[in-house]
Design a protein around this ligand. Structure first.
Ligand SMILES: Cc1ncc(COP(=O)(O)O)c(C=O)c1O
Length: 412
């Protein structure tokens, strides 16, 4: 993580503003780790968490509380894509991806096909930091030091569906359990969108081979890209969808695994199940989820993410004139700025230069937080993922500060 001169002690937060000790104010244009979608300091979320905690502090996950029942109903009725009715709740993104991998493998084991265990991920991707989620991801710097113990899951090209077909054929389709992908690539590349046909083509290829499709919506889900889920932009319904971050808007550790009946049925048929985490479906976290989703609904914040995202992208676009900004891109309020050493030939900075981290630190000194992103062929990108309540004035400050920070670090 980038360092700052003052230790980052945040005393309170309100809307898009973080109040650091010593009186410094920072605009949270990264939404923390692209998680804070309803804004900070919403008293109704805190009240819901307090109420749930007072009533029932903890029950083992096979039992349920009112908050969990209500959250699952809300997700099924108003949020999840059609057919994804089987809901498992966990404590975050990595746990949700890890659970989805186990669910996919368990599905095939239960059908008597244990040889189908590989999960194809993208060459540039991030799916979390447990050993299984690291293994299906392509984030080389986060995998570094663990490569020798990671399971060997195949990787496909980022944007070429034919490349997936080739990987499946070379691996043998009967060994593949699932394909996993982020609708818009986040941490490893800085809001990279796929070509228009990519998601439908990947869906068709998975169907052709009986492979499960997992959409990792940990960053893109719950309105971040201007639709409820990223895959909604391409009209694709995966077999398994995972989420985290925006589900609770950052107010509590909460993630989810959502699957079709067809995925779960073979496991149930053999009397199998999935072991829970101690804190799976924790009642206070479920209460935060309900309150956050209610705010998203009541204040039309998913629509706001779409319209403000377009507006923010338009305001940020002039940064493309900077000699070290290769591209400003994004969908909804998930926006990336890619930095390069040489714009003429697209030459990136070196992997050890840490330019994105330096720009993030410089912007933070000047009062704006954005999230450092990038890896592999896109080593340096800034990820902008503010609360959907961001104002025009805040957007303008972010644009100005990022322009100054990029010039200060990269030169003009
Ligand atoms: C697409 C994606 N999947 C998984 C994760 C891991 O989530 P968590 O950090 O909540 O474990 C992240 C985190 O950034 C993510 O962006």
């Amino acid at each position: 993580m980038p360092t700052t001169e003052a230790p980052p002690v945040v005393e309170r937060a309100e809307g898009c503003t973080l109040f650091f000790s010593g009186g410094r104010e920072v605009i949270d244009a990264g939404g923390g780790a692209v998680a804070v979608n309803i804004g900070h300091g919403r008293a109704e979320v805190a009240a819901a968490v307090a109420h749930a905690t007072q009533r029932v502090s903890y029950v083992i996950p096979p039992w349920v509380t009112e908050e969990r029942i209500a959250l699952v109903e809300m997700l099924r009725e108003r949020w999840l894509p059609p057919g994804l009715d089987r809901v498992g709740l966990v404590s975050g993104g990595s746990e949700s991806v890890d659970s989805a991998i186990r669910l996919a493998i368990n599905h095939f084991v239960s059908k008597g096909q244990p040889e189908r265990w590989k999960v194809i991920g993208r060459e540039t991707s991030y799916h979390g930091v447990t050993l299984a989620s690291l293994a299906v991801g392509g984030h080389t710097s986060r995998r570094s030091g663990f490569e020798h113990v990671l399971m060997d899951h195949p990787k496909m090209p980022v944007a070429d569906a034919e490349g997936l077909q080739k990987v499946i054929e070379s691996e043998d389709p009967d060994t593949i359990a699932a394909v996993i992908a982020e609708p818009v690539i986040g941490a490893s590349a800085g809001a990279v969108l796929p070509p228009d046909d990519w998601w439908p083509d990947v869906r068709a290829i998975c169907d052709e081979h009986g492979i499960l499709l997992i959409a990792d919506e940990v960053m893109t889900g719950f309105g971040r890209t201007g639709r409820k889920f990223g895959v909604d932009h391409w009209g694709v319904v995966p077999d398994i969808l995972v989420g985290g971050k925006g589900l609770s808007g950052g107010y509590a550790p909460l993630g989810g695994v959502y699957a079709t009946d067809e995925v779960v049925a073979p496991i149930a048929a053999v009397g199998g199940g999935m072991m829970f985490f101690t804190y799976s479906a924790h009642s206070a976290a479920c209460a935060a989820g309900i309150a956050a989703l209610t705010i998203l609904e009541d204040e039309n914040l998913v629509e706001a993410s779409a319209t403000k995202g377009e507006d923010f992208l338009r305001r940020l676009r002039p940064l493309e004139d900077h000699p070290h900004v290769r591209e400003v891109r994004g969908l909804g309020l998930m926006i990336g700025i890619e930095l390069v050493r040489d714009k003429a030939d697209g030459e990136p900075y070196g992997p050890t230069d840490g330019m994105a981290g330096q720009v993030v630190a410089e912007a933070l000194r000047r009062g704006v937080w954005v999230y450092p992103a990038g890896d592999g062929s896109v080593p340096d990108a800034l990820l902008i993922g503010p609360p959907f309540t961001i104002t025009e004035a805040e957007m303008d400050t972010v644009v100005a500060v990022l322009g100054e920070a990029i010039s200060a670090v990269c030169g003009d």
